[in-house]
Design a protein around this ligand. Structure first.
Ligand SMILES: [Zn+2]
Length: 298
C-alpha cells in the first residue's frame, strides 16, 4: 500500500503573473485545488489498444501527487475561469459516486487517489489571491471530468461554457456529480479563427481568448488560448498530463482516442513554432513554474 504523502492536498503554490494585453496589465493566476495521484499506466499508455485500459486497473504503481490547477484571467471583459478543480467530497468515492454505476466506482478506486481538504477548495484559493467567487463572469470547461467540474458548485449564477461535442459525447464523465442546476451554454467552433487549429470559438469579444479543439483525452476536449501582446498561453486541460508528453509523443493510457491525441500533439507543436507559447496542462507539476518563469513549449 502506498502512503498518502501530504496531510493537505494543497502542496502546490498558487502563482500569479502579469501579462500585457493591448499595452495594459492583466493578471493571470494558477490556483491549485488539491492533488491527485494516478496509476502510472493511466498517465502513460502501456500496451496496445484495449490492453492499455486493462493495464490501468491491473497496474499497482502510482505517480506522485499531481496538481489540479484552475486558471483565472482578470480579463478586461471580466473575470474568466478555466475549469473549476476538485472538492473534498470526492475523496469518499462510495458516497460521492453513489448514483454512478458500480463499474465506474471500481474504475475510480483502481485508477486514482485524490488528496484534497475543504481548505484546498476554490473558495479558499480565491481568498488567498484576493478574488471573489461572485466576481467571476464566465467559467470555461475544457471537458467534463470531475476534477475539472467539481468546483462548479461555487458558480450557480455564472455563465458556463463547454464544447457542444464534449457535452453530447461524454467519455467517463460522472453526470450525477454535476450540480442539479448545471445547464452550460454549448459552443461550436467557428472556421478560420486561428493558425494551425483553424477552428475556434471566440470566448471574448476581442478574440484574444479562444476555445480550440484538442481532442483525444475525450472526444470533444478543448483547450483555451490566451493571446497576450508578447506570447500565447495555452490552458490545456488534459490534452496531455504534462508538457513532456507532447514533446516526447508519449500518450496517456486514460485517453479516449490515441490517434486524435497524436494529431493534437502535432497541432500544439506546430502552433508553438509559429507563436511563443506557454503550455499549461491541468496536472503538470511544473506548470506553475513555467507560467512564473515564462518558459515556452518549444
Ligand atoms: Zn480528464
Amino acid at each position: 500500500m502506498e502512503q498518502i504523502k501530504y496531510t493537505s492536498g494543497n502542496n502546490y503554490q498558487n502563482i500569479t503573473i502579469t501579462v500585457k494585453l493591448n499595452g495594459k496589465d492583466v493578471k493571470v493566476h494558477g490556483l491549485c485545488t488539491g492533488s491527485v495521484a494516478v496509476k502510472k499506466n493511466f498517465k502513460t499508455k502501456n500496451g496496445p489498444g484495449g490492453l492499455s485500459k486493462l493495464n490501468i486497473l491491473l497496474g499497482s504503481q502510482y505517480t506522485d501527487y499531481l496538481p489540479i490547477w484552475v486558471w483565472v484571467i482578470e480579463h478586461p471583459e471580466g473575470l474568466i475561469l478555466v475549469d473549476t478543480g476538485e472538492n473534498a467530497e470526492s475523496k469518499n468515492i462510495d458516497k460521492f459516486l453513489a448514483q454512478e454505476s458500480g463499474f465506474m466506482r471500481y474504475q475510480m478506486k483502481h485508477a486514482c487517489k485524490v488528496n484534497i481538504d475543504t481548505k484546498d477548495e476554490l473558495n479558499y484559493q480565491f481568498n488567498k489571491v484576493n478574488l471573489k467567487l461572485e466576481d467571476v463572469k464566465l467559467v470555461v470547461l475544457t471537458h467534463l471530468h470531475l476534477d475539472h467540474t467539481d468546483g462548479l458548485k461555487f458558480f450557480p449564477n455564472q455563465e458556463i461554457i463547454v464544447g457542444k461535442y464534449e457535452y453530447n459525447h461524454q467519455n467517463n464523465s460522472m453526470p450525477s456529480t454535476f450540480p442539479s442546476w448545471f445547464k452550460p451554454k454549448m459552443v461550436d467552433y467557428q472556421e478560420n479563427k486561428i493558425d494551425v487549429f483553424n477552428q475556434a470559438y471566440p470566448i471574448t469579444k476581442t478574440e484574444d481568448l479562444l476555445y480550440i479543439p484538442t481532442p483525444g483525452h475525450t472526444l470533444g476536449h478543448s483547450s483555451v488560448v490566451f493571446k497576450t501582446d508578447d506570447f500565447d498561453i495555452i490552458f490545456a486541460g488534459d490534452a496531455s498530463y504534462d508538457q513532456n508528453q507532447v514533446l516526447k509523443g508519449e500518450l496517456a493510457g486514460a485517453n479516449a482516442d490515441y490517434n486524435l491525441t497524436k494529431q493534437t500533439y502535432k497541432n500544439l507543436l506546430e502552433y508553438a513554432i509559429i507563436r511563443k507559447t506557454i503550455y499549461l496542462p491541468t496536472h503538470d507539476e511544473k506548470a506553475g513554474q513555467r507560467l512564473e518563469n515564462k518558459e515556452f513549449l518549444v
